[in-house]
Design a binder for this molecule. Sequence first.
Ligand code: FAD
Length: 755
Amino acid sequence: MKYLSIKQNKNKDKNFKTFLTIKQDTDMTVKHSETDVLIIGAGPAGLMCATWLSRCGIPFRIIDKRSNEIFTGQADGLQCRSLEIFQSFSELSFDFASLNQSWKMANHMIEMCFWSPNSNGQLERNSRVADTIPGISRFTQSVIHQGNIEKWFVDSIDYFSEGKIQIERPLLPVSINVKEENEGKSNIDDYPVEVKVVKVSSEEARPEQYGNKNVANGLFRQFDGDQDKSYKEKPASEEEEDGEVEEEDCEIIHTKYVVGCDGAHSWVRKQLDIDMEGEQTDFVWGVLDMVPITNFPDIRNRCAIHLKDSGSVMVIPRENDLVRFYIQLKEVERDPATKTDNKKFTGNVDDTQAKTKGRIDRSKITPELILKQAQKIFEPYTLEMTDLSWYTGYQIGQRVSPQFSKFNNRVFIAGDACHTHSPKAGQGMNVSMQDTYNLGFKLALVCKGLAKQEILSTYQLERLKVARDLIAFDHKLSRLFSGKPMIPNSDILDGVDMDEFHQVYLEGNKFASGTIVDYEDSLLINKLKLKQDKNDDGDGDGLMVMNKLAPKIPIGRRLYSVKMISQADGRPIHIADRLSSDGRFRVLIFPGDIKQYPNNLKILHSFQDLLDDSKNFLKKFTPLNAFQDSVIDIITIHNNNRHEVEIFDFPDFTHPLDYKHRCDYWKLYSGKGDTYHEGKINMYDDYGIDPKHGVILVIRPDSHVAKVVPFSIDGLKQVDEYFKKFMIDQTNNVLASKPIDYDDSKRFIQPRLAV
Ligand code: FAD
């Protein structure tokens, strides 16, 4: 029997080529395969990436070392932006039991209450605020456990890939190698990354259990070194040499790109030799998911409770009557072997440093211990627990990786693999999913041969800043959470000022919603020339860049969704529902009021020639025989009551015919008027667009505003220039022609990108 060595490479040589430690399979009996993208890790970050790639029809694989998915516990908070993103994977023409289920099934959090000691040291409610800033999104922050979300992702991937893509588990990557590219030049047809994977037994794939074996808990996850256990050498057996496995259990995957979504102790990150920067604190928190029996009046509201000496607690009301308690634990035994100096991370420091008293001894954390602490905090209110569903304990660490990709953007890391922080602001899962929501469409465009590989460098540019902002925010919030409160008229003057806490919380709420993420100028976002129009309304958003033609639309942020009315059938719809996540760019043309300013209609008609010209963006970047809107989708929204105008007053591109002469009625909308059932709509006002001048917007596939230009031929030429900087000419990409009797009835759910 032939064997391959699978010893993990411990030599962190900077020369990546030396990372390949497998013996060459000279007789080529080891399985070799090719795929465009290999995703390592099927947590929220990996699954979001997989959802994008399956929606866009990209060949990929997703592997995980765990033998099963999550059923309870872990992250539970869903930000507004995550809910918007989930919704965007559905379309008006189909609605299946998938990601948008989260809005239907999650507990919507409406109110947040702050409790702290009064001047007598007694617990009292000192304020209530809306949990989500009103008007910031069409969704409010909601809570449902991670297992449901992962399940809906898996269903979506199955649905979009028509059952072709499954998560492959338990599979462990054991080596990774990137071939040097020809004279440093990347070729999209190459598969320069080789990852060796090995099947592990279900037993090895099950995480080690700690604590109460009868209750699901997350104690298995918390610490450095746990990842390495997966890589410990296999014991020698009679047939096997030490550290070797049978070759049929091995496979070498040749791939164009690897996305490491393998969590906080990422193996991929370690292979890339990227350290985390940041620090570990000594604050220890316990988490309990249970149904409480209590006379505390705000138990179904989100609460931040600070107490004089007993620390603080965060109450999160959840689905199915559950409530999650995040409780600061005062006395937890430490593992003395892990005690180290408190070193601040400056990079290039090993993960196991920067502790003070040492790691908590997780076997000593029990639900009873956490409850006891909570009961003290709740006094004089009573608190008992029933229906305990999950618990865990963890130490807060705030760390971010200084690099999110390496090797000419061939290998990426995302999610917890590149940032970890406390769960106070409910960000972990959200920011992780949003990392790959940013990366996924870019990989799809590149793998499809539609866009240049340079666009991949915008991933790190855009997401590293978000991660750093997140760590800074979390740092501030968790220290305020973990400190003792300042008590009015008492001698505790150096404690946490509750007004400050309240203020940081309110300011942070915008950030925490995920809706104000603002991407900088790049190949994909054009705002540099407009810097002079920066606006700071002083509400904590920072500086926004707007074009005067659309002063309420910040460039670089996701387009805030408002309603418009379908010209064809009068249905009011959210514009976001017309900007689905299917990989396409959108050009939104706002020609203004064409009755009051008839010249605007003439300008709109003059666009037709430019769009029909094969040298210009619409035709040039769409493969021959593909649907004309399958790469760039043009949508027109006028500012007339829809009864004042007719669909055929408008140029052909607003109601195009396809190869079967079917008319696409869903490209023309009215931004103004009364609706039969949903009141008045005034989109131009909502966006600050003057109906006399109009405007043109370019929207990226992730709904971020890329460019804002005047409504004119010159403006449309600027749109053309935008695409020419990074899109690839498709003139020679000829797809099979579609015969007139071709059955394409599934075209709305099958991949829509360049088909
Ligand atoms: P993960 O969800 O960690 O997913 C990583 C995936 O990669 C896992 O499926 C893992 O099995 C797999 N993997 C790891 N290494 C390898 C490898 N070498 N090869 C192949 N696959 C690999 N957040 C909160 O807000 N509140 C909480 O109370 C909370 N509790 C948590 C408890 C636990 C046990 C865990 C793990 C996380 C918790 N989090 C919590 C954090 C939250 O779950 C994460 O922020 C979020 O899951 C990050 O998503 P991710 O996809 O980046 O990483």
